[in-house]
Design a protein around this ligand. Structure first.
Ligand code: C2O
Ligand code: CU
Ligand code: CU
Length: 490
């Protein structure tokens, strides 16, 4: 942690001279938060303002997406249908907001798969625009991955098949059409994809969906005066931020529970915002899983950074809470989610040994064979100096081979900002950050890593399947702007 802040502070002070006075004060009083946005333009004016998030008032009760039911299930084989569609949602009493959803008007139902299953999914596009169905974090062939090449036109359909061969994890699905991902996610296209396995089913941790095991999809949105999500009115080339917290598609939602120990599966499903989640009242929490599976043991955390696209599973024990409420808060104290406890708290337990993660020691010494340099802001975002070109293959790698990739978030004359780096079709391991052992929250399997300006990560990447996969910044507007490359796995 320390190293991160030091790097960012160096970057901040370089930039301060170019910033206006108001921004300077803001940066001084809130130094950590500003790491995510350190923009300057030659003329000294701050550009691409980050909208302030309002406290979640908790006036609505948090609900949980339904679990998607299969069309058919025969032994090991399951078939589902997922339809992208438009709809209307009552996000504010008495008002209909036009939204996008999967099999519903907003967000998607939770797809629960098991390791070893053979899966067929019928994909239907009932939107008036082209889309794709991407399985973020799922290890599948490039053909089933739903990148920008797999466009389904309005009214079109596709069927995909894959086998689930990875361990228990909290993944998600969302669209990926080139240049239009941010808008479609903003309007509501995103769903959770859980994988269960023998081990996860046997673990002594909260695991009853919606009762003590809660999906928490964090999204910030800005509504127009007539309660609409008009992307073009709020779109920001450097990442679209909202002032209103929406969790699981519920605006200003509070979690109500009578459990003493709960598991929160947090997905940062925002277009761009980073969250440094923790609880007020100094309530401790432990992280049990990263993007791609369980950590070896629960790790006590005081503050957890989640960049766009990342997930973390945490356990929270409410027995030390004074009164009957507490808040999940962001770095600066902004209330992300109020939690209301009813008096009869039910006790539950939790195991300590969660997983075994084997890392080949040799990888720590291995030279990087691929270098990814993320640079720039606004329209100037690039990877290795280039914009995405669907006719250009940037890298190749052998199926099943493990290579060390070096990912750099470079500081340029313009400054720098956080970029969450994501690779399709693989769960990688973080070997080091700026040459040092990664912090606990990065010691499990990851598909997205949030890097501060100036940070360099080494990661070990293996693709279990073949095909063409994307790697990109998960600020959706950066991705749409070409901060993306592709790798062919042969
Ligand atoms: Cu979650 Cu290529 O994306
Ligand atoms: Cu992805
Ligand atoms: Cu970026």
């Amino acid at each position: 942690m320390k190293l991160k802040w030091t790097m960012a502070i160096v970057a901040t002070s370089v930039l301060l001279t170019a910033c206006n006075q108001a921004q300077t004060e803001k940066e001084n009083t809130n130094s950590k938060e500003t790491h995510s946005m350190m923009h300057t333009k030659q003329n000294g004016a701050m550009d691409h303002e980050q909208k302030k998030l309002q406290n979640n008032t908790g006036e609505n009760t948090l609900t949980f997406p339904a679990v998607l039911q299969p069309d058919a299930k025969k032994g090991n084989h399951v078939t589902y249908t997922i339809t992208a569609q438009t709809g209307k949602s009552e996000l504010f009493k008495g008002h209909q907001t036009e939204t996008f959803g999967y099999n519903g008007s907003l967000l998607g139902q939770t797809l629960r798969l098991e390791e070893g299953q053979d899966v067929t999914i019928h994909l239907k596009n009932k939107l008036k625009e082209a889309t794709t169905f991407h399985w973020h974090g799922l290890e599948v062939s490039g053909d089933a991955d739903g990148g920008p090449h797999k466009l389904i036109e309005a009214g079109g359909e596709q069927t995909i098949h894959f086998k689930v061969t990875q361990q228990a994890a909290t993944l998600w699905y969302h669209p990926h059409p080139m240049g239009n991902t941010a808008q479609q996610v903003y309007k509501g296209l995103a769903g959770l994809l859980y994988i269960d396995d023998m081990k996860s089913k046997a673990l002594d941790i909260p695991k009853t969906y919606g009762e003590d095991d809660f999906p928490i999809i964090l999204q910030d949105r800005t509504f127009t005066k007539d309660q609409q999500l008009v992307y073009k009115d709020v779109a920001n080339i450097d990442g679209t931020y909202g002032d209103t917290m929406m969790i699981n598609g519920v605006v200003n939602a509070a979690l109500h529970t009578d459990k003493k120990l709960v598991r929160l599966r947090i997905l940062n499903g925002s277009n761009a915002r980073n969250y440094h989640v923790h609880f007020d009242q100094n309530i401790a929490f432990t992280q049990i899983a990263t993007d791609g599976g369980f950590l070896e043991t629960p790790k006590k955390m005081s503050d957890l950074l989640l960049g766009a696209g990342e997930r973390a599973e945490i356990l929270v024990d409410f027995s030390k809470v004074k009164g009957n409420s507490l808040n999940l808060v962001d770095q600066d104290g902004t209330v992300l989610m109020p939690i209301q406890l009813s008096k009869n708290v039910v006790t539950s337990s939790a195991t300590t040994k969660l997983n075994t993660i084997n890392t080949d020691e040799k990888l720590y010494e291995q030279e990087a064979s691929k270098v990814v340099k993320m640079e720039g802001m606004g329209e100037n975002v690039t990877i290795n100096g280039q914009k995405f070109d669907e006719n250009r293959i940037d890298f190749t790698q052998k199926q099943g081979a493990t290579e060390v990739w070096e990912i750099e978030n470079a500081i340029t004359d313009e400054g720098g900002m956080i970029h969450p780096f994501h690779i399709h079709g693989t769960q990688f391991q973080v070997l080091s950050i700026n040459g040092e052992k990664p912090e606990a929250s990065l010691q499990g399997y990851k598909d997205t890593i949030t890097l501060q300006p100036g940070q360099k990560a080494k990661i070990a990447v293996t693709f279990p399947y073949k095909g063409t996969y994307m790697f990109h910044c998960h600020i959706l507007e950066h991705e749409d702007n070409g901060m993306m490359g592709q790798i062919q796995v042969k």
